[in-house]
Design a protein around this ligand. Sequence first.
Ligand SMILES: NC(=O)c1ccc[n+]([C@@H]2O[C@H](COP(=O)([O-])OP(=O)(O)OC[C@H]3O[C@@H](n4cnc5c(N)ncnc54)[C@H](O)[C@@H]3O)[C@@H](O)[C@H]2O)c1
Length: 353
Amino acid sequence: MGKIRVALAGVGNCASAFVQGVTKSKDGHHLEGLSFPTLGGYAPSDIEFVAAFDVNADKVGKDLGEAIFQPPNNTLRIIGEQKFGVEVKYAPVNDGLGKYLSQMIRTPDAQPVDVAKELRDSGAEVLVNYVPVGSERAARFYAEQALSAHVAMVNAMPTFIASDQAWEEKFRRAHLPIVGDDVMSQLGATVLHKSLAKLMVERGVKILQTYQLNVGGDTDFANMLEESRLTTKRISKTSAVQSLIPYSVPTRIGPSDYVEFLENRKYAYIMLEGKYFGGAPIRIELKLEVWDAFNSAGVMVDAVRAAKIGLDKGVSGAVTSASAWTMKHPPIQMPYEEAKEAIIEFAEGKRER
Ligand SMILES: NC(=O)c1ccc[n+]([C@@H]2O[C@H](COP(=O)([O-])OP(=O)(O)OC[C@H]3O[C@@H](n4cnc5c(N)ncnc54)[C@H](O)[C@@H]3O)[C@@H](O)[C@H]2O)c1
């Protein structure tokens, strides 16, 4: 099979984990914890990084292999610093830096580049959007640039593009695939919460109320202290769980605090309360600890391969199977077993999208 030429919008912790994991796989290392060693004939090592954009003066102008380790990035390091021959370019900031990030990040004293031109010149096939939560204008800007450069898109953050009818239509009309929105971690709070809710429903327990409180110490969590940037994030995380409960339940789900010393570790506290036979009470409480960026990076390997398979097959618009498998807010929600079957059928050519 061929290669998959990927561009990155936002060189933060998630980009770092994705780049590091893919790079490690090229040295012949087995990538632990990947659902599909190959998907539609593509291995993780087929992914190549050809362009990258950021707005942080400490990352712009540097090689991607150096930029992924620049503070405030603070995820795990699993490879040494190396050169990819890809310079991180300064893109328009738009609303990328909110109240908290604008205090932590200095922008370059330069003119931003023409992103669509850079995409075209780099030969990128798939653009991954990793900009901060609440960057509604920045996310849509990247969608426009992908459309203009005729590049497929994977939208890792919760601005609704693949799951927004009007935006999905733009990709459909441009004959480009899109996978989105808001990447779901491999074994994160969302899939765990969904599984527990589904288990309770299937075992006849009536769920009465539930919450999922999340804390972390990276810029993603610092940015999410700004409640006004969280509207779509809360919808995305909440709808993923509610889709498994066939009645309405008081629910509170979302990022809850920034604890700097946790770095890129995320702690999720999940509680589900209900009643079963005879009205007897039941309560499940659990705490999950993960390295947040690495938790989504393996899923991103699937999402990017699905976008490329979409290009190969001439898919126009949202890849519904892959979006349901890899994203919290896809155009069509599916229980994860069904989503896994759907993406396999799509990759093997038995399903259109
Ligand atoms: N498991 C996960 O970590 C996970 C899961 C789901 C969604 N996400 C989402 O993925 C996105 C990336 O997460 P992260 O942990 O890498 O965040 P991060 O804060 O580490 O990285 C964001 C990067 O975007 C850059 N940026 C800001 N505005 C920009 C613009 N206009 N153009 C280009 N770059 C810009 C920042 O300088 C920073 O380098 C976030 O929206 C996050 O919520 C992450």
